[in-house]
Design a protein around this ligand. Structure first.
Ligand code: UDP
Ligand code: MG
Length: 136
């Protein structure tokens, strides 16, 4: 069944800092994702707070927002059949220690907070997150 979707992916500061962005983009392309748009940016903490608003009551919220705004990130619109779920599978578990072999977080993630990539968790959130970074 043809079910083309778009999802938002972010290569987080820990990975960009280690110059892993091109390597990670190649993984997406090799797995059949098209990168429709991409940009390398650094965001303000206040923007990170908006982006991660769903987590505002969590104990890790403040550190998470400081971290996402701490250095350059690469934000991308990925397209593929079932892109939302396929990207989550390719990323692996939030905690790299629990991530499956062959996943991006298993390979590159440093810790549960510095886990190298973000991916939208639903079609609805993918639309919101794509609009957040690529409104124009
Ligand atoms: N996070 C953290 N500590 C935790 C759980 C999550 O620092 O105990 C960070 C981590 O960077 C994660 C992000 O918060 O990627 C968002 O958490 P979520 O549960 O949505 O995980 P994800 O959807 O990224 O797998
Ligand atoms: Mg999430």
């Amino acid at each position: 069944m043809n079910n083309i979707e778009q999802t938002l992916s972010i290569i987080k500061p820990d990975a960009v800092e280690r110059n892993l962005d091109n390597e990670i983009k190649e993984i997406f392309k090799n797995k059949g994702f098209s990168i429709l748009r991409e940009k390398k940016i650094q965001i303000e903490k206040s923007e990170a707070e908006k982006f991660y608003k769903v987590h505002e009551t969590k104990p890790f919220y403040n550190d998470l927002c400081s971290y996402l705004s701490s250095g350059p990130i690469v934000v991308m619109i990925l397209e593929k059949n079932n892109a939302v779920l396929e990207n989550r599978a390719l990323m692996g578990s939030t905690n790299p220690k629990e991530a499956e072999e062959g996943t991006i977080r298993k390979k590159y993630g440093l810790s549960i907070d510095k886990n190298s990539v973000h991916g939208s968790d639903s079609i609805e959130n993918a639309k919101i997150e794509i609009d957040f970074f690529f409104r124009d």
